[in-house]
Design a protein around this ligand. Structure first.
Ligand SMILES: NC(=O)c1ccc[n+]([C@@H]2O[C@H](COP(=O)([O-])OP(=O)(O)OC[C@H]3O[C@@H](n4cnc5c(N)ncnc54)[C@H](O)[C@@H]3O)[C@@H](O)[C@H]2O)c1
Length: 336
């Protein structure tokens, strides 16, 4: 049985999923792609062998041939499309974050439950082989009781200011992946303390955002975590995780285009890490989409559900409040 999908949004990540669906996901076929910019939809359809394109996402949502909708448009559109697709009886894959507002998220998640459809959120890093191995080491007891978690997550360069303005800010847009990684590895967080500033580009501050942040977290199980984000690491995409516990530690380093070291009289050196998410996480985008399609085909629950999309938004809100109020913030304060 082939699952027939439609894609909404033909930007950066929409094109990644369109490519992946065509080349790396057995049992799936993208029938159509929609974008408000006709040229974007048309070129994605041509580039990735998708038979139909449109400027109207409703054509995808209400198509009788399409069983699942992949939402890759800008974040402010996600909840509307989730609710519409759910009401039309479609299974849904939606990019992160679901939205910036809890009431809006709750209404969309309620529509999903009411319709009895499935919703998977695009937290692709869970499907990365490094992060998955760290998770299996923890779950398998290889490091004993986890005590601390350290995440370093730095981008090679900031996105355009126009993107920053609609992104929800560093915590909603970038650190949201790391908040999800915290929950994936060690479970729920109860308290967050954040320090942040503009150190990379004053224009980011003028747009109302920060570009550098360090966050401390207390988990419900007692473990302590830190996340460090920067919008600019001059040496490339820096993605490292360590969990330290009573029986040892598990850690992952960056991925490089090769495993070569060059040694001479001056230094021992190697090439820079893979530059950004398109290179570093490409396999994980394929793996998450395979998992979505497989779950739909098998009638099983998808691996990253609606609440996995909601919880990191709550954490981002706590982090933003912590910066504003210069104090640790409990998640239940934000929920209240
Ligand atoms: N999981 C990841 O690693 C990852 C990576 C990048 C982006 N994202 C998320 O994916 C989403 C899109 O990000 P992007 O980087 O691809 O942005 P983008 O700006 O490159 O693409 C968004 C596309 O959506 C289209 N669009 C906007 N409103 C629309 C509407 N109402 N109907 C149809 N199309 C519409 C735009 O024209 C644009 O082509 C964001 O929510 C972002 O957070 C996730």
């Amino acid at each position: 049985m082939t699952i027939k999908l439609g894609i909404i949004g033909a930007g950066r990540i929409g094109r990644v999923h369109a490519d992946t669906l065509r080349t790396r996901v057995p049992g799936a076929e993208a029938l159509a792609i929609a974008d408000i910019y006709e040229a974007s939809a048309r070129s994605a359809a041509a580039d990735f062998g998708i038979p139909d394109y449109s400027v109207d996402p409703a054509e995808i949502i209400h198509s009788g041939d399409i069983e699942a909708v992949v939402i890759c448009s800008s974040t402010d559109t996600h909840c509307h499309f989730i609710s519409e697709a759910a009401r039309a009886g479609k299974n849904i894959f939606c990019e992160k974050p679901i939205a910036f507002d809890l009431a809006e998220i709750d209404a969309a998640l309620a529509a999903v439950v009411e319709a009895g459809v499935q919703l998977q959120i695009g937290f692709n890093r869970r499907f990365d082989s490094n992060h998955a191995r760290i998770k299996s080491a923890i779950d398998g007891g290889e490091i004993g009781q986890p005590h601390t978690l350290t995440i370093i997550s730095r981008d090679p360069a900031p996105p355009p200011i126009d993107y920053i303005k609609v992104s929800g800010g560093l915590m909603m847009d970038m650190m949201i992946h790391d908040f999800d990684m915290c929950r994936f590895l060690l479970g729920e967080v109860e308290e967050i303390f954040a320090l942040a500033d503009v150190m990379v580009d004053p224009a980011i501050g003028e747009a109302g955002d920060i570009d550098t942040a360090k966050v401390m977290l207390r988990f419900e199980n007692g473990a302590i975590g830190t996340i460090e984000n920067s919008r600019q690491a001059v040496y490339g995409y820096d993605q490292r995780v360590e969990v330290f516990g009573s029986g040892g530690a598990v850690s992952s380093g960056n991925w490089h285009p090769n495993a070569v070291t060059v040694s001479d009289a001056a230094s021992v050196r190697r090439d820079l890490p893979l530059n950004f998410f398109m290179e570093r996480y490409m396999d994980s985008y394929a793996a998450e989409m395979m998992a979505f399609v497989e779950a739909i085909r098998a009638g099983e629950t998808v691996p990253v559900v609606g609440n996995d999309g909601r919880a990191p938004v709550l954490m981002a809100m706590a982090g933003m409040r912590s910066i504003a109020e210069k104090r640790p913030v409990r998640l239940d304060e934000v929920e209240a």
